[in-house]
Design a protein around this ligand. Sequence first.
Ligand code: NAD
Length: 256
Amino acid sequence: MPKTVLITGGTSGIGLGIAREFANAGYNLYLNGLEPNGEAITAELAAAHSVAGLFSNANMLQPDAIAQMVQQGIAHFGSIDVLVCNAGIQYVAPIDEFPAEKWEAILGINLSSAFYLSKAVWPGMKANGFGRIINIASAHGLTASEFKSAYVAAKHGLVGLTKVLALEGAPFNINCNAICPGYVKTPIVEKQIADQMKVHSMSEDEVVKKVMLGRQAVKDFIPVETLGKLAVFLASDAAATLTGTALPVDGGWTAY
Ligand code: NAD
């Protein structure tokens, strides 16, 4: 029987890239996101790979909606075998200007939703004696940059949660790992490029090379395929003893 993967923020950017690789590997897709065409994106991807698909627009800021989404998924597919906590937002400002509501939203979506999601899938994974939780953290889960207080705090928190769930999950064959990407060219980053062009009065090329990829040894954006294939590997039997890690996929950024 095919396994089912639930991917939050699965209808855009990195999440969609990860969904594509899981579909390619024969997993049923349960995608979540706020994209208005999320249902069509899910149906198209599932049909293209002859797997089953379901979409939920549950808001990752609402614990009740998260629990309901997980229950609907289990009722529909029988189980949720792999959970990818990927939904995330960004906001960049110095600490004294950082809006409190942005701090709350970033902590809620980028960190707390992973807690509520994991809590909701946990009993099913425990009962089945199999589970894989993959948290999409960031190089900013391992190191800091100025003006990203909420994001860096949330991603470091997500790496901490990953380690705890790895310890608690081990007796039940539930593995938990974090992937820590460098810069990936997705809508979240396109917006940052535009903002940085204004702030630094630089061209797009200068912003990309000097500001964004300045700290990566490899001066290329990380391809979503790399992250998707790694996620599929982490969900596989070959990765059974791999748990509690925070894997940098960052072009050498955190090697300095
Ligand atoms: P993106 O903006 O393309 O995708 C974000 C997804 O999250 C979208 O599907 C969006 O609908 C969803 N989302 C946002 N708020 C939500 C909410 N309240 N409820 C439900 N869904 C919500 O961005 P991306 O670059 O693909 O980012 C995906 C993840 O990867 C994020 O956690 C981000 O922090 C992380 N990341 C991105 C980069 C990068 O360079 N792009 C690098 C490291 C880590």
